[in-house]
Ligand binder design. Structure first.
Ligand code: PAF
Length: 283
């Protein structure tokens, strides 16, 4: 497996593959790879000749320094995992920050038509400028045909689709189903930081999301939101940051349902210092 740490050598290599007419999938990651990432890569391998996997903990998307410092960095383990998926059809790009940002590590500012102001945008100021900056630069370096993102970060997925259409980046952005552990917890690199007790408690998030979905046919958005808040009110290990029901396209929180629209429920929860997010399609 080839691992590049600089964009000059990577692009020379990829240009040669493109010259031969071979297709490129792309899975951007921040490492600490798990089965969720593997499922994105496998989908990429089905559609493309090669899949580029970037491993880069992007400093500009963290609005909390401690979160950035504690983010797991496990490059050797990640490469070993990728080797078990495919020895010869995965290309790894693991750059230093200077390869992406040059001298100055800073975000560009983006207008994602309001998608960036909802949910995560409200609780993590600047986060989507950081994500937009790094993904735009990675797309410009890799120039993939298709890029794969998990629906666990549904808002990120919608924003990256917007990034591609507004900046004419010529990449097909594909949203992949949330990959869950057997007990329902959505796979995330942050799960590694959960204590045993927190890990045992965390499936409660998906359990309540499913219950919210079951209620969606007969209850109003407000009733479901109130019910959800009650479920977490006295929880010993999990603290609810937000739960809301939103239009799946605009991501605006709804007060009332209309016909012919798709809705999703979104949740962010703290288990100690570890922040977990999840979401579910309601209709
Ligand atoms: O979803 C992630 O892991 C990151 O936000 C991404 C897309 C790799 C950008 O750093």
């Amino acid at each position: 497996m080839i691992v590049f740490d600089n964009k000059r050598e990577l692009t020379t290599y990829l240009d040669e593959l493109k010259r031969k007419g071979l297709s490129l999938g792309f899975v951007p990651t921040m490492g600490a790879l798990h089965d969720g990432h593997s499922s994105l890569i496998l989908e990429g391998l089905q559609d493309n000749t090669y899949v580029v996997v970037s491993i880069f903990v992007n400093p500009t998307q963290f609005n909390n320094n401690e979160d950035l410092e504690k983010y797991p960095r496990t490059l050797e383990k990640d490469v070993s995992l990728l080797q078990t998926i495919s020895e010869d059809r995965i290309i790894v790009y693991s750059p230093r920050a200077s390869d992406i940002y040059g001298e100055k590590i800073a975000s560009e500012h983006f207008d994602f038509d309001g998608l960036e102001h909802e949910m995560e945008g409200r609780f993590r100021p600047g986060h989507f400028d950081g994500v937009g900056t790094v993904v735009k630069r990675l797309f410009e370096i890799v120039k993939p045909d298709r890029a794969y993102f998990g629906k666990k970060d549904y808002q990120q997925l919608m924003i990256l689709k917007k990034l591609v259409s507004k900046h004419d980046l010529g990449v097909k952005v594909i949203g992949c189903d949330i990959f869950r552990a057997d007990d329902g917890l959505a796979m995330s690199s942050r799960n590694e930081r959960l204590s045993k007790a927190q890990r045992a408690a965390a499936p409660f998030i998906y359990k309540t999301l499913n219950a919210a979905k079951a209620k969606f046919g007969t209850n109003s958005a407000k009733e479901i939101t109130d019910w959800m808040q009650e479920q977490f009110e006295n929880h010993e290990l999990l603290t609810l940051e937000y739960f809301l029901i939103a239009d799946a396209e605009t991501l605006k929180t709804i007060k009332q349902k209309s016909t012919n629209k798709s809705y999703r429920a979104f949740i962010a929860v703290y288990a100690g210092e570890v922040r977990l997010i999840d979401n579910i399609a309601l209709n």
